[in-house]
Write a protein that binds this ligand. Structure first.
Ligand SMILES: [Zn+2]
Length: 428
């Protein structure tokens, strides 16, 4: 389909109202379509990367390692309400960690038919730094481009921190397309194996890797609300979970085959074997929805509104499947391997503990005997080191009575790597 026509149809408010289509969408298709236009061969490269990753699922997947990804949050704001408070950023980190560790409070809401495929991705996210930048620039999606200006200081945005080593997340107000309207919640660039790149074409800059999220759907306690065509999006922080899924190689569960137009395409697939064949995006929490009758590989399954890669309401999303998890972990060991270099891979099981937690007066740090020499660093939410101590080898007690209330990240650095855990200090 010719791209401009495609975008016009997608964004026409009249079309959206008439078809009962969810107006809160992610920009995944635009990333693919617009980049294909700018960089011919982009879609083919993405497809080859996906196939290469999927081929490696069985032999490369290690269930024992927890991958830990350092995150840089860029808050690029124009009006005060866009300059989100640290507490909102904290809820977003919590939602990412709960979702990718299957510790979300609604995990047991998954229907029985999908229980066997629900999986813990064993991926954790730790806040490395929050960068705040006031700007006069607006970031709008257009018929021909993504609002990637937000990723460039020279364009009124904030330059990426090393995109090989950090997951960069830009939070800003994403403006609708002028005149036509339409709203995306966020978008992410999927992984591309550059060796797959067709000869003679250029790749998008590495510095554009990462997520862009609208400030009104970031975090789970955000007082700002996004309303389109009279409908308000109930944001719980799962847009960022969904976009992180794209960033780690996942596609929409319905395979993007005609679904956004309200039509159904059971021939398009997400390439993942343990998600049901689904012909269209969901909206809301309709457990009766079953867009494809598919009995070839077993009993027919309904649409999986529980899946983070659907467009169902955030309140009913609670699951990545085993194969989705496997694919993301293969990507983390290949295309995005520098995000989780050996130093940052946490061995399952704890080498060191902090008690009590939450704490008010002091904490007791207890390493296992084989932990050996280590150093400790405590960072606040802005990633500033507020306490550091080298050459430790035994239990010790730390007075934290002068620390401010709040959330801290405690890192233990030893020859085993880095183990990090969250510490909550509350003097109340
Ligand atoms: Zn998406």
């Amino acid at each position: 389909m010719e791209i401009n026509k495609c975008l016009f149809l997608l964004f026409s408010p009249l079309f959206l109202i008439g078809q009962n289509v969810n107006p809160f969408i992610c920009g995944h298709e635009y990333v693919l379509d617009i980049n294909e236009k700018s960089y011919p061969g982009y879609k083919a490269a993405i497809q080859k990367t996906f196939e290469a990753a999927y081929k490696n699922i069985d032999d490369q997947h290690s269930r024992n390692d927890i991958f830990s990804i350092p995150v840089i949050i860029h808050i690029v704001w124009k009006n005060n309400e866009e300059n989100l408070h640290d507490s909102i950023i904290q809820t977003q980190l919590n939602m990412l960690n709960e979702s990718f560790r299957l510790q979300n409070s609604n995990r047991d809401d998954v229907r029985d038919i999908f229980k066997a495929v629900q999986a813990d991705a064993s991926i954790e996210f730790r806040l490395h730094e929050v960068k705040r930048l006031k700007t006069n620039t607006s970031f709008a999606l257009s018929l021909s481009g993504l609002p990637d200006k937000v990723k460039q200081t020279s364009q009124g945005g904030s330059d990426a921190s090393d995109p090989d080593k950090f997951l960069n997340i830009w939070v800003c107000k994403i403006q609708p397309i002028p005149i036509i309207g339409g709203q995306i919640l966020g978008y992410a660039y999927p992984p591309v194996g550059l060796d797959n790149w067709p000869a003679g074409s250029t790749a998008p800059s590495k510095n554009l890797e990462g997520l862009v999220i609208d400030f009104r759907v970031f975090g789970s306690n955000n007082p700002n609300k996004l309303t389109v065509n009279g409908l308000t999006h109930n944001a719980l922080g799962r847009t960022t979970v969904h976009e992180t899924g794209h960033y780690l190689g996942l596609r929409h569960i319905w395979g993007d085959g005609g679904g956004i137009f309200g039509g159904s395409s059971c021939n398009a697939d997400d390439g993942i074997s343990d998600t049901p064949n689904q012909g269209a995006q969901s909206s809301g929490c309709d457990t009766l929805s079953n867009t494809c009758i598919d009995t070839l590989s077993g009993p027919d399954l309904p649409d999986m509104i529980e899946n983070y890669m659907d467009y169902s309401a955030e309140s009913c999303q609670n699951t990545f499947t085993k194969e989705q998890v496997n694919l993301m972990r293969v990507v983390l060991q290949n295309q995005r391997s520098q995000l989780v270099d050996a130093r940052d891979i946490l061995v399952a099981g704890s080498h060191v503990s902090i008690l009590p937690n939450p704490a008010s007066k002091s904490i007791h740090v207890r390493p296992l005997p084989e932990f050996g020499e280590y150093k400790i660093e405590i960072r606040d939410l802005s990633a500033k080191v507020v306490y550091a101590q080298n050459n430790l080898s035994n239990n010790f007690e730390l007075d934290i009575s002068t620390f401010l209330n709040g959330f801290y990240l405690v890192s233990f650095i030893s020859e085993h790597g880095v183990q990090s855990c969250k510490l909550i200090i509350s003097h109340d």
